[in-house]
Design a protein around this ligand. Structure first.
Ligand SMILES: *[C@@H]1O[C@H](CO)[C@@H](O)[C@H](O)[C@H]1NC(C)=O
Ligand SMILES: *[C@@H]1O[C@H](CO)[C@@H](O)[C@H](O)[C@H]1NC(C)=O
Ligand SMILES: *[C@@H]1O[C@H](CO)[C@@H](O)[C@H](O)[C@H]1NC(C)=O
Ligand SMILES: *[C@@H]1O[C@H](CO)[C@@H](O)[C@H](O)[C@H]1NC(C)=O
Length: 283
């Protein structure tokens, strides 16, 4: 079904490389504004198409093209209205697509679910190595398996974070590592009264500023940790979730209870998938 993907990508690329179909305006300034807008929308469509490159075989790869075409609609009395209307249509189309497809990002309308961190955190017991058992699709972990997180002490109340994983391909039943990935970060607790709500930043860059972006909903330190993260944007939110385990690839004995707890907090857990942690030590 790779062929379907390739055809989809060629269609998307072709649609991106061709000039806008209709530009019924006079005046170079107007044309400039409109074509800049169309270029932006097309780039967004390409981004979405690329994020979904691993989609199973279906026609959903055509959707970014449909969205891109919507972005070319010209409805409204002025150029600005037209741009606004087509932007809205494009965003609505893209959001719908990301919701229904096996996308590499979990976007939901409205506010972040009200997941809270557990009331206490014994930092010393939490340190050490954790393996991803399940996670939500995340663009920054696209294609990664054998994923782990190592937490240590960086001094002055800071926790050091080292996330690692591999990109592997399977040839004739054997897995080969084609890329190893490792990223260093730091975690702090912005509000000491909420010790299990951490702010993790990578390379000194913290997308959420000082706000917590790593909520330990529940951990028993020895077997599992349920971690939730959510970025609030105007009108929608982007969610990440992980079930971490101390033993590589071993499901927590009460996995379904842990997942139900996320559900009870308002999280749709359907995007969870089990991370491939097999054959990681040998590769
Ligand atoms: C350690 O943390 C405290 C409180 O956050 C801060 O005031 C101080 O500057 C930090 N020291 C170093 C060496 O980073
Ligand atoms: C983490 O914090 C330490 C100081 O506490 C700093 O030296 C180091 O550069 C930070 N690492 C990253 C990846 O931000
Ligand atoms: C949790 O891990 C500890 C230490 O490895 C083990 O003794 C215990 O049986 C585990 N508990 C469960 C419920 O799996
Ligand atoms: C999961 O199991 C542990 C014991 O291993 C228990 O302490 C914890 O409350 C359970 N969590 C849920 C959500 O049922």
């Amino acid at each position: 079904m790779l062929t379907a993907h390739l055809i989809g990508c060629v269609i998307v690329l072709a649609s991106l490389l061709t000039p806008p179909l209709t530009l019924p305006y006079s005046g170079s300034q107007r044309k400039g504004l409109v074509s800049r807008h169309v270029t932006l929308m097309k780039n967004l469509a390409l981004l979405i198409a690329m994020m979904n490159f691993r989609l199973p075989s279906d026609l959903s790869y055509l959707q970014p093209v449909i969205c891109a075409m919507l972005s070319e609609l010209r409805i409204g009395p002025t150029v600005r209205t037209m741009a606004a209307v087509s932007s809205m249509l494009f965003l609505a189309c893209a959001l719908l697509y990301l919701q229904v497809s096996d996308a590499q990002v979990v976007i939901k309308p409205g506010d972040c679910p009200a997941v809270v961190g557990q009331s206490t955190l014994d930092t010393a017991s939490y340190l050490g190595t954790w393996y991803e058992y399940r996670r939500f699709p995340a663009v920054f972990e696209l294609g990664l398996d054998c994923t782990s997180a190592v937490y240590g002490l960086a001094g002055n109340g800071t926790i050091s974070v080292t996330n690692g994983g591999t990109i592997r391909i399977t040839l004739f039943g054997k897995k080969y590592v084609i890329k190893r990935s490792s990223i260093q970060g730091n975690a702090t607790v912005p509000d000491p009264s909420k010790p299990a709500e951490l702010s993790v930043s990578f390379g000194g860059f913290s997308p959420a500023g000082d706000k917590p972006n790593y909520f330990i909903q529940e951990t028993d330190y020895e077997n599992y940790s349920v971690v939730f993260s959510c970025a609030q944007l105007p009108g929608f939110n982007v969610q990440f979730a992980w079930i971490l385990t101390r033993a590589r690839g071993v499901a927590p004995s009460n996995l379904s209870d842990l997942e139900s707890k996320l559900t009870d907090a308002g999280v749709d857990i359907r995007p969870f998938f089990t991370v491939d942690q097999s054959g990681c030590d040998s590769s």
